[in-house]
Design a protein around this ligand. Structure first.
Ligand code: DAH
Length: 354
């Protein structure tokens, strides 16, 4: 019987070596250790054995039972570890690989078209010696309106529907807070922190409490620019604006300059570009006009220079506020501004860049 047990164990060991999945191993275990298993069958025949034989076979049978149990446990642990390792190997991301190799050429990331354009414009301005400034989204009334020559009762406040944090009807108080309605706020921060001559741009998000449509969003992006020094003229302004647009569109774009009113500039202009979506024929983006207001600009109002701590007798300058999202739409032929915030990967993946 001892030999029988030994040979059963040997047979078990051979069988288990060839098995690779949990269910088969557990089946094999019960084939040997189960109530009707091989080992139990052998033990059943113990009733015919002598006492001497029982003393030998009993411990032997227990020993083999333990061996089998251990062997099964070992094998199960081995399989589990192997499975985990296999999973880890599959899920491993080698961050040194390029996106194309990593994702097997499926889209897995890229820059938003606005980021692409913003970086391009920043590079152009940097090459012309401009600094790049940032400003807070939550502003006080002074930076958003007062310092920009828009006092409390000024009708220009109605031009920009504002998200207020406080009651706008309370008498003007510099501490009233709001979500900035334009990046012109950074003009004020920029002037306060610098001495002329200087020139900078300030790209960023702005907020307006207004109805959305193909060309309006409540949250959108502008790029403010300002240049202050001695003897700066409208021709400097026109030169910079034309150069920028030519660089951005990589071709001469048709522009037109109209007088425009903005309290912070005098004279103020509207620089329009011919709609690149419909080539001037009229579409939903240009509201059937064929032209798109893209670059309001002008010569900085003396009151604004004063509010920024700059002597308007000695210095002057120009400023502009580029509609960044509109520019993105023009450049890529996007016919609805709402796509930009949609977060829809089908939209974003069209601009993949790495
Ligand atoms: N802040 C204006 C707006 O959001 C845009 C603007 C107009 C900015 C004229 C300027 C400027 O710097 O000179 O509507």
């Amino acid at each position: 019987m001892i030999e029988k047990l030994d040979s059963l164990y040997k047979e078990f060991e051979e069988k288990i070596t060839g098995l690779g999945n949990q269910a088969d191993i557990l089946n094999l275990k019960s084939e040997y250790l189960g109530k009707k298993g091989h080992i139990s069958e052998v033990l059943k025949s113990l009733k015919n054995a002598t006492n001497e034989e029982r003393k030998l076979i009993g411990p032997k049978a227990n020993e083999i039972k333990n061996e089998i149990t251990n062997s099964v446990a070992k094998k199960l642990t081995f399989i589990e570890t192997e499975e985990i390792n296999k999973k880890l190997a599959n899920e491993k991301i080698d961050i040194t690989l390029t996106d194309a190799v990593r994702s097997n050429n499926n889209y897995s990331g890229g820059f938003h078209p606005r980021t692409l354009i913003q970086r391009e414009i920043e590079d152009i301005f940097l090459s012309m010696g401009f600094d790049i400034l940032d400003g807070p989204h939550i502003e006080d009334e002074f930076h958003n309106f007062e310092a920009l020559n828009i006092p409390g009762d000024h009708p220009a406040r109605d031009m920009q529907d504002t998200f207020w944090f406080h009651d706008p009807n309370v008498e003007c108080d510099e501490k009233k807070h709001l979500l900035r309605t334009h990046t012109s706020t950074v003009q004020v921060h920029g002037m306060q922190a610098r001495k002329p001559p200087f020139k900078f741009i300030a790209p960023g998000t702005v907020f307006r409490c207004e109805r959305t449509d193909a060309s309006h969003e409540m949250v959108f992006n502008q790029l403010e620019g300002m240049m202050v020094g001695e003897n700066i003229s409208v021709s400097h302004l026109i030169y910079f604006m034309k150069t920028i647009l030519k660089e951005i569109f990589k071709k001469e774009v048709e522009v037109r300059l109209r007088p425009g009113f903005f309290p912070f500039v005098e004279p103020g202009f509207e620089l329009d570009i011919k709609c690149l979506i419909c080539s001037g024929k009229g579409c939903s983006v240009c509201k059937q006009v064929g032209w798109l207001e893209l670059l309001p600009c002008g010569m900085v109002h003396p009151n604004v220079l004063k509010a920024g701590g700059i002597d308007p007798e000695k210095y002057n300058g120009f400023a502009f506020g580029l509609g960044l999202d509109r520019l993105v739409m023009m450049k890529y032929g996007i016919d609805d501004i709402r796509h930009l915030q949609s977060g829809d990967l089908r939209f974003n993946s069209q601009f993949r860049t790495f």
